[in-house]
Design a protein around this ligand. Structure first.
Ligand code: GLU
Length: 302
């Protein structure tokens, strides 16, 4: 089967160095496998989406010489597909309506899930209490370990019941959750190799479970280390990650490739971007990528 990878940025701001690392890692992995590389705009979370950010990200990628295959798709135009998947799960009895508000959940549990939020205590699992209306739809999760072998991070195990709880697929504000959208899109687009930041490692078991319930194949996964600041926090808009300046050309690309454990001679950073990519495709080896979660540039690994 032909390798098909993807880069799936959320348009919440300009492309920053952390997303460039994910773009470069997934791109080189696709190209060295002679595969295809898709770009998908993950704007399913509309309240977080910043107008114009997707265009800015695409222009930066283009200026840096990334060449994607096929049309760029945007999740905001695929809501009917997520609806179809949810209806399938409803018919199978895999999801249930939930009336709980955040404060009701907080009053019912103190258990913390892997993502730092409250672990849903299962209040509505057996049905809505009399007179209560559905706010959200949750997926029932199993009480056994799911495991997979990540191409970089090695074996990963997670018990969804213990570590995550029944999670939301359709939110109280009417938005589909990232977990549902990403699984539907990867499956419908035929993506069979996911290379992305390690901040999504803890989401992968949820995605594997959804793939099982929807009866679609699971791609392979490779989770790249992410850029952290000196305090060990992931660089994001909140931590003021700087936007990538495409005028930096190969120098910026070389910095991202060095971050992923590849020695890049200084003269490669001075090449035109097309020549950088020719060099990088011949140099790329996923075995060189450090099997760690976070790297502070110029400092240590976490
Ligand atoms: N949209 C996600 C992000 O920007 C990436 C999702 C994925 O690669 O699965 O963090």
């Amino acid at each position: 089967m032909r390798y098909r990878g993807r880069f799936a940025p959320s348009p919440t701001g300009p492309l920053h160095f952390g997303s460039l690392v994910a773009a470069l890692g997934s791109y080189l992995d696709a190209r060295t496998h002679g595969g295809e590389w898709l770009v998908r705009i993950e704007d399913v979370d509309m309240p977080r989406t910043v107008r114009g950010a997707a265009d800015g990200i695409l222009r930066t990628l283009e200026a840096l010489g990334f060449e994607w295959d096929g049309e760029v798709v945007a999740q905001s135009r695929r809501l009917d597909l997520y609806h179809g998947a949810l209806v399938h799960l409803q018919l199978e009895g895999d999801v249930y309506p939930c009336s709980c508000t955040r404060s009701e959940i907080a009053a019912a549990t103190q258990r913390i899930a892997v993502d730092g939020g409250l672990l849903y205590p299962g209040t509505c699992r057996g049905g809505l209490a009399d007179g209560m209306a559905a706010r959200a739809w949750r997926l029932r999760v199993p009480d056994h370990e799911l495991s997979f072998v990540d191409r970089i991070q090695g074996e990963v195990r997670q018990n969804l019941e213990r570590d995550v709880g029944d999670f939301v697929l359709l939110r109280a504000d009417g938005q589909y959750a990232y977990q549902l959208a990403v699984v539907v899109d990867d499956a419908l687009q035929g993506v069979n190799a996911v290379v992305r930041g390690v901040d999504l490692l803890d989401s992968t078991a949820r995605q594997l479970w959804l793939q099982q319930r929807l009866g679609v194949p699971s791609p392979s996964y490779a989770h790249l280390p992410v850029v952290v600041n000196a305090a060990g926090e992931k660089l994001s808009k909140q931590t003021k990650a700087a936007a990538v300046d495409a005028a930096g050309g190969s120098e910026v690309l070389a910095a991202a490739l060095r971050f992923l454990g590849h020695p890049v001679p200084p003269e490669v950073g001075a090449l035109p971007v097309a020549d950088f990519w020719r060099w990088a495709v011949s140099a790329w080896s996923i075995e060189r990528v450090p099997a760690v979660r976070g790297i502070f540039p110029g400092g240590g690994a976490l």
